[in-house]
Structure formats: structure tokens, C-alpha cells
Write a protein that binds this ligand. Sequence first.
Ligand code: VGL
Ligand code: ZN
Length: 189
Amino acid sequence: MKALLIVDVQNDFCPGGALPVPEGDAVVPVINRLMDSFPLVLASKDWHPRSTVHFQKWPPHCIQGTQGAEFHPQLRTDKIHHVLLKGTSDRDDGYSAFEATNISLADFLREHGVTELYITGLATDYCVRATTLDALREGFRTYVVTDAVRAVNVQPGDGERALQEMKQAGAVLITSADILASAQEPVSP
Ligand code: VGL
Ligand code: ZN
């Protein structure tokens, strides 16, 4: 059983937001196309309190209940089965979706028989990276959909380095075209 995980495709990480990821909104149509190929779709939200140590590193963003914390308006939310809230503590960054506090993501996935996790969203070098490394540690076969992620790139090349690090750790880098092509293959007799 496979699941699609959409990391932090929220207004504040898209152009015009408080912490815009370059081309952050470009992942939206790619993710929308992928959703129908997955029996289970989960999405995380960066969901910060107004005051948190995290805002010593980053401009305030994705504050609980604000417009900036909403999903990008074009993301197809009707296909999302569960929303994971993370970064909810005022004491840590909470980058990984496995640190969600409204649910234990690892337990939820195991209870639903998920063995393969396909990771998309924002940002490659922070929350996608942390989520992917945790997924591998938790024993899931983990794919990163390279055309469905974008990086902050605080330093040039951070996104590419993060992808290589995830690959080194055991993640499989895959494109959305490859996923859609294999979804269309007839089931072998
Ligand atoms: C993220 C920086 C700060 C992310 C969240 O979603 O990758 N990056 N908070
Ligand atoms: Zn954050």
C-alpha cells in the first residue's frame, strides 16, 4: 500500500507569502495530477504559535489559523484524507511531518498498511528533507518526487545537496511522469 504525502503547500511558502520558496506554487499542478494515483493522500501544515524559537531563524510564517497557513488555493483538498499539524511547539522547529502533534504519522501509516511513501511539497532543504529522513528511519520505502518539490536555497545548491543526502540515506528519487506512467500500466496476469 502506498501513500502520497504533501508537505507544507501553504500560502506563506508560495510567491507573495511570508517565507516564499522560489517557484513554490509550481508544485501545485504536479501534486494535483498525482493525487488520483494514490489510495491514501496526507498533507502536512506548518502550524506555528505566534511566538516560537523558530522565528529567531525565520520570518514569522504559517501562524495557526491565519491565511498564510492555509493550503495554496489551487491545491485539491477534496483528495486529502488527513491533515498533519507540525511545528506547533514554541520550543523547536518541528520541520518533520513525523513530528506532527495532532496524530502520530508513523502509527497512522502502519495502521493503514502503508509501506511506501511518496513525498512532495515544500521545502526540499527543510521540511521535505526532515520528513524523508524520518520516513527512512521509520522503515518506509521512501520516494521523493523531484519535480513536485522546491527548495528555499538559503545558500545556492541547498536543494540539490538535500536531494543527494536523501538519496544517500536510501530515498528513491522519482519524477511524477514515472509515477503516472507506471500507474497506467495494465496489471500483469
Ligand atoms: C519550512 C522553513 C521554516 C518548510 C518550515 O516547510 O520547509 N522551512 N519552516
Ligand atoms: Zn516553519
